[in-house]
Design a binder for this molecule. Structure first.
Ligand code: SF4
Length: 229
């Protein structure tokens, strides 16, 4: 008996189901991008990570100093390698071997860089970006400082409204982030938020960008793929 996908009796239905899912996510991603535009963000839905990568690189001026938040999504795009090869200075506090002092300097540099690359924890269909930080350099830089901010979010981060965004942060994003970082907080062990008082509690600053702030230039790319946490 063969075992190729083509011999699966449900192959055609399964392929169709994939397309159907992609269709639904695209509808949601496009609706979120339209809502963001109404709130003065420069927003775009793109189908793939490759398309996102091209859009990011097209937006970055030559020689720009790049800040990068603690974002798995941005690392997944692969743009940091390209930018480094192009000679752009990159402020990346995830680089191995940095001292605590270096990491702090880099976090501060995020606030004054030319282009800040990051993700958000949730994007609502009402056109808002919702993010929670432990330190606040990411949400600070998203709000004011850099000449340009590029936010990249997989369509898995699109939620209906703010309440859903807060729930996503506590139920989906943070437990994965803290486990990945090895932080000693309850949700890193159980996967469930208990609104903890742990010394390493990661949820300390929540920022909702409900409209583009006056002096910021914020580009949001919603990508039709499952990215980041
Ligand atoms: S409040 Fe504590 S338990 Fe809840 S998501 Fe944040 S770090 Fe985890």
């Amino acid at each position: 008996m063969g075992n190729s996908d083509n011999e699966n009796p449900y192959f055609a239905r399964l392929q169709n189901a994939k397309k159907t899912r992609k269709w639904l996510l695209e509808q949601r991603g496009q609706k979120a991008a339209e809502a963001l535009k109404k709130n003065a963000f420069d927003a775009l839905y793109v189908d793939s990570l490759e398309a996102a990568r091209t859009e990011i690189l097209n937006r970055i001026p030559k020689g720009a100093k790049i800040g990068v938040g603690g974002s798995m999504t941005i690392r997944q795009t692969g743009v940091l390698d390209t930018l480094e090869k192009q000679g752009n200075v990159i402020y990346d506090h995830w680089k191995p071997g940095l001292s605590d002092e270096d990491v702090l300097k880099i976090r501060k540099a995020h606030l004054t860089c030319d282009v800040f690359l990051t993700s958000a924890n949730a994007v609502t269909l009402e056109g808002a970006l919702v993010s929670t930080d432990g330190i606040g350099n990411r949400v600070g830089a998203m709000t004011f400082g850099p000449n340009m901010v590029i936010v990249v979010a997989g369509v898995n981060k699109v939620v209906n409204d703010r309440e859903s965004a807060f729930r996503r942060i506590k139920e989906v994003a943070t437990p994965q982030v803290v486990r990945d970082m090895g932080l000693e907080v309850p949700c890193a062990v159980t996967g469930f938020c208990v609104d903890c008082n742990a010394p390493m509690r990661a949820c300390r600053v929540t920022v909702i960008l409900e409209r583009k702030p006056f002096l910021s230039d914020i580009h949001v790319l919603i990508v039709g793929e499952d990215l980041g946490f």
